[in-house]
Design a protein around this ligand. Structure first.
Ligand SMILES: [Zn+2]
Length: 302
């Protein structure tokens, strides 16, 4: 493939399979972008056929044959040795040789990465982390994770778990996490965890954006929920900065919309936990919106 060949990417989500053809010279404007329903409840073979279907749809739309290499972003973790998935919330994918099965079906090679890595790669190449050496792309939503991009390349790590800060333990926390451990970051600052804290603190069953607006209106228990987010996010991310020391942190996911994460007070709180006397890391919102996943998948083949 030449550097100017179009890049093809697939973003496999729990509800949709999205495909894109991108111009590497102008990555922010997709040449073609389309989607099908994932149909997760119909099982693994159905998901496989939907992915193949999206690639056939892209061929029809572009008049091109698919390239020799296609990027695919998936939920969960890609085992770097086997190419099979683990820890995916689309559970029928776990342990299945998705990459090999797609290679066989389409006679091309698939480059896989999880959705957090695709998010981080897209934001690093054509979003909020452009021209930075070390980019940490956080997913702060129903789950907590991240992707690490160094000089335009994803850092996967020895086990494929690089960036999984959502399952680091927090001091003084003991709630059981779905992963089987206790006190994980995700059990405290994921969106559902914050909503649960609000309810346990006497609030009613509302979603996070409502809690945010109630805190802005001065409601005490909503303010306490937001201060929990600030304090625990600061503690958790300081541990990550102590190890990785990224140039920029881009915060995606629903919780990433909460503006207090970008406030000076939060930076001061991070600094309290940091092995340094100042913090000049950029902590910013993403620029690519819901395009990051599929753009990042295509960029895997660049
Ligand atoms: Zn956990």
């Amino acid at each position: 493939m030449t550097q100017n060949s179009p890049l093809w990417g697939i973003d496999l989500g729990g509800t949709k399979v999205e495909g894109v053809i991108m111009d590497p010279q102008n990555p922010n404007v997709p040449i073609h972008r389309l989607r099908r329903d994932t149909g997760s409840s119909h099982g693994y073979d159905h998901i496989l056929s939907q992915i193949v279907g999206v690639i056939r749809d892209l061929e029809a739309a572009s008049g091109l044959s698919h390239p020799s290499s296609i990027g695919i972003g998936t939920p969960g973790i890609v085992d770097p040795v086997t190419g099979s998935l683990k820890n995916s919330n689309t559970v029928c994918l776990n342990g299945r040789p998705l990459r090999d099965d797609l290679d066989t079906a389409l006679k091309c090679s698939f480059v896989m990465a999880n959705d957090a890595n695709c998010f981080a790669l897209a934001e690093a190449i054509c979003g909020a982390g452009q021209n930075e050496e070390v980019v940490l792309g956080l997913i702060l939503g129903t789950g907590v994770g991240s992707g690490i991009v160094i000089n335009g390349k994803i850092l996967n790590g020895h086990h494929g778990i690089a960036g999984e800060w959502g399952h680091n333990p927090l001091c003084g926390e003991s709630r059981l996490c779905y992963c089987g451990r206790r006190g994980c970051v995700e059990t405290v600052i994921a969106g559902p965890s914050l909503e649960r804290f609000y309810q346990e603190n006497g609030g009613d069953k509302v979603r996070l954006p409502e809690i945010v607006s109630r805190s802005q209106a001065g409601e005490l228990r909503a303010i306490q929920t937001m201060e929990l987010l600030r304090g625990k996010f600061a503690e958790a991310i300081a541990a990550v900065i102590n190890i990785l020391d990224p140039d920029v942190i881009v915060i995606g996911g629903g919780v990433g919309n909460v503006s207090l994460l970008y406030e000076k007070t939060t930076r001061e709180e991070i600094l309290r936990h940091l092995f340094n006397s100042e913090i000049s890391t950029s902590i910013v919102r993403p620029q690519l919106g819901d395009s990051a996943g599929v753009f990042g998948a295509a960029l895997l083949t660049a």
